[in-house]
Design a protein around this ligand. Structure first.
Ligand SMILES: Cc1cc2nc3c(=O)[nH]c(=O)nc-3n(C[C@H](O)[C@H](O)[C@H](O)COP(=O)(O)O)c2cc1C
Length: 300
């Protein structure tokens, strides 16, 4: 009888230790699988689910949990671009432009207008030529932001279609290197020909831009072949009579700008910024009444 009892006790002690070992192994396997699942796109969700099912039970575990959560939050903030959520579009675009400065074509932007007869959008590439500064008391200075001008400067030909289209437009600027998109909408102003005589600041800005153009660009404005008109035998090549480089043949100085050369300004009042790397989006708006910009993060 004694022998039978001992055998039974030995049997129970062996099976219970084997059971303990098995729980340990299963527990470890289940836990070690959590990090593997983090490599999928739903990693965050899997991680949260695992955390919820392993909610802390003791004060020590709870404290560990708090520390761990704080570490994760700090990691989260550390990895985020510190500029986001803190700066206006104008300060952000300054950084974007600096990051892309050396990339050829990084100043090509798309300008959309509306053909008011067809009531259809029209879009084309133009060269962004900087932000136009105005004196503090100038009427066009109202859109300044962070002490920086917000007026986008470009040029175009008075004979091109956009000039007849909507007086408002939107520019899209994609920065491929930093994966950022800016959409800037606002009023368009064309300065040139008959349209700049009464404002010395605008007239000065137009002349400055003319002087800064490359020779081929300047020469193209003297070409008598009307842009967009059907090509004929005589218009198949560039206009030979156009002065080389748009310069005076004897003195070599740039000639005065012809009437069809227009300074084109965009005065944005709404800027939509999207950062694909950070999944971050911000909308900046200009309040005319308060004469100031404000911004808000929105869902990307
Ligand atoms: C890279 C590139 C840069 C251009 N830059 C300008 C520019 O600065 N200004 C401009 O009026 N057109 C520019 N164009 C030509 C326009 O895209 C467009 O063909 C022209 O302005 C006529 O457009 P519209 O008839 O809609 O006015 C550029 C085109 C390309 C491809």
């Amino acid at each position: 009888m004694m022998l039978l009892r001992r055998l039974l006790m030995l049997y129970f002690s062996i099976t219970s230790s084997a059971l303990t070992r098995n729980i340990g192994v299963f527990g470890l396997t289940a836990f070690s699988r959590i990090p593997l699942s983090l490599s999928t796109s739903s990693a965050g969700q899997n991680f949260c689910e695992a955390k919820m099912s392993n909610s802390p039970t003791t004060a020590a575990e709870a404290s560990d949990e708090t520390t761990h959560t704080r570490d994760l939050q700090q990691q989260d903030t550390k990895d985020k671009d510190p500029e986001l959520g803190q700066k206006s579009w104008r300060s952000l675009i300054e950084i974007s432009m600096a990051r892309s400065r050396k990339i050829r074509g990084s100043n090509y932007v798309q300008l959309a207008t509306v053909d008011l007869e067809a009531m259809e959008p029209r879009c084309r590439t133009v060269v962004f030529r900087g932000f136009q500064k105005f004196p503090a008391d100038h009427k066009n200075n109202s859109g300044a932001c962070d002490d920086l001008s917000t007026v986008l400067k470009m040029c175009t030909d008075a004979r091109s279609r956009k000039v007849q289209e909507s007086p408002a437009g939107e520019i899209v600027w994609w920065f491929a290197k930093s994966s950022e998109q800016y959409r800037m909408r606002g009023k368009l102003l064309y300065v040139g020909g008959q349209n700049d005589g009464d404002d010395p600041e605008l007239s000065k800005a137009r002349k400055e831009l003319w002087g800064n153009l490359s020779d081929p660009a300047r020469e193209s404005f003297f070409d008598q072949n009307v842009p967009g008109a059907p090509t004929t035998k005589t218009t198949a090549t560039n206009d030979e009579s156009a002065p080389a480089g748009g310069r005076d043949a004897s003195a070599g100085k740039p000639l005065p700008p012809p009437d069809n050369f227009l300074l084109m300004l965009l005065f944005p009042h709404h800027v939509d910024y999207l950062n694909l790397k950070e999944n971050y989006r911000q909308v900046d708006t200009f309040s005319k009444d308060e004469s100031s910009w404000s911004f808000q993060q929105v869902n990307a």
